[in-house]
Design a protein around this ligand. Structure first.
Ligand code: S3P
Ligand code: PEP
Length: 432
């Protein structure tokens, strides 16, 4: 059997410092796609260099988009020559998208209405992550998409063609990414489109992020009600020339929690009150748990408070919610995180993975279908934490480095999905 690499994190005695956050994955992959479709050339600043954005960049290159990257004093910039239209690929293309939901879902929508034949594949886990509600919606507008293995899941074979139809319904109960993906291509429809969202909606701030970024690239969507949008037809994206990608608010959560647990202050730069990302609200949850939080337009700073548990509905911040689950180990009393069913559909089944690993350090855990309840033990135990090829499992369990016994993280390199330098940066704020 192949040996799994491990990283031992000491019992750390404190945490303090300042972190310039890497670019947001969600913003980076949206910006790459919108810049590729836009008229004109766009320079994307503070580009995230991680697996998810590399898959998006490689796919766009394969689809005929010219991207030039340059490193300016440690900042990755990507110059994108916009096509001024959807893709047009005479040769069939096979695109490998790793496990990047933010590449798979939007590219599926964009390619369904581009010219050409496209096969979309990814890592084995991608074939277990649903895409059916998006495909159903695209089919209502005439798309031709075939499931190559299991109905409702990638890999997909797409026969791209133009589209029309004046209304579409889309189920948003499993992932907001389906809605974001659909909205981003609708400006190319022949007719104005009325979009109706069905099901119990999840991860709503990511839809707001999509609308805000579409507007920045020159396309307005009319909001009719909480569940209805009208997208005017035959609009084209326009390059904003330069686009600065915000720091990643989900990545910020590990540092802010470290400060709340172990002292601080820690200040993260690149995300603050002005941020478009819903995960900035993580800092407010920490404040509710007792941490001291200071906000600036483009930074957040946290220092320790007496942490206590509570009951939190974290449906709108599913990624940062994982950091609350491990922060709960350092809080007084029980913490319950509610309304997180779709944790089960992400890089791994995060509800069962989280429950299994929290139990290893001695926590009492109740795993429900869509919630998790965590009561910390008197004394945390040392454990070797399995990470399930899930970057967030690796990153949120790093907080156990602040227990009296430290922690061992298996396969720490899986954090490359969104934050390849995570453990270097994390250790740089920890005190032995
Ligand atoms: O649109 C996005 O950029 C994302 C939406 C969320 O997914 P769901 O909408 O599937 O919850 C989030 O978990 C993911 O990391 C990124
Ligand atoms: C759910 C995540 O990723 P994806 O964009 O692949 O859905 C995540 O980054 O936590």
């Amino acid at each position: 059997m192949k040996e799994v690499p491990e990283l031992h994190l000491e019992p750390y005695t404190g945490a303090q410092g300042r972190i310039r956050l890497p670019g947001s994955k969600s913003i980076a992959n949206r910006a790459l796609l919108l810049a590729a479709l836009a008229e004109g050339t766009t320079v994307l600043r503070n580009m995230l260099d991680s697996d998810d954005t590399r898959h998006m960049r490689a796919a766009l290159r394969q689809l005929g988009v010219q991207l030039q990257t340059r490193d300016i004093d440690g900042e990755l910039q990507v110059e994108v020559q916009g096509l001024g239209q959807l893709f047009n690929c005479p040769q069939p293309q096979r695109l490998f998208l790793g496990n990047a939901g933010t590449a798979m879902r939007p590219l599926c929508a964009a390619l369904a209405f581009s010219q050409g034949e496209f096969e979309l594949t990814g890592e084995p886990r991608m074939a277990e992550r649903p895409i059916g509600p998006l495909v159903d919606a695209l089919e209502q507008l005439g798309a031709q998409i075939t499931y190559q293995q299991q109905e409702g899941y990638p890999p997909l074979l797409i026969r791209g063609q133009g589209f029309s139809g004046h209304s579409v319904c889309i189920d948003g109960s499993l992932s907001s990414q389906f809605i974001s993906a659909l909205l981003m291509v609708l400006p190319y429809n022949q007719e104005d489109t009325l979009v109706t969202l069905t099901g119990e909606l999840v991860s709503l701030p990511y839809i707001e992020l999509t609308l805000a970024m579409m507007a920045r690239f020159g396309v307005e969507v009319e909001r009719i009600s909480a569940r209805e949008f009208r997208v005017p037809s035959q609009q084209s994206y326009q390059s904003p020339q330069q686009y600065l990608i915000e720091g990643d608010a989900s990545s910020a959560s590990y540092f802010l929690a470290a400060a709340a647990i172990a002292g601080g202050p820690i200040r993260v730069d690149g995300v603050g009150l002005q941020s478009l990302q819903g995960d900035k609200e993580f800092a407010r949850v920490l404040a509710q748990m007792g941490a001291n939080v200071e906000w600036g337009d483009e930074f957040i700073s946290v220092s320790k408070g007496a942490l206590r548990g509570g009951v939190f509905d974290l449906n709108s911040i599913p990624d940062a919610a994982m950091t609350i689950a491990t922060t709960a180990l350092f809080a007084e009393g029980t913490t319950e995180i509610r309304n997180i069913y779709n944790w089960r559909l992400k890089e791994t089944d995060r509800l069962s993975a989280m429950a299994a690993e929290l139990k290893k350090v001695g926590a009492e855990v109740v795993e429900g279908e869509d919630f998790i309840r965590i009561t910390p033990p008197q004394q945390l135990q040392h454990a070797s934490i399995a990470t399930y090829n899930d970057h967030r499992m690796a990153m949120c369990f790093a907080l156990l480095g602040f227990s009296d016994v430290g922690v061992t993280i298996q396969d720490p390199d899986c954090c490359a999905k969104t934050y390849p330098n995570f453990f270097h940066d994390f250790q740089s704020v920890c005190k032995k």
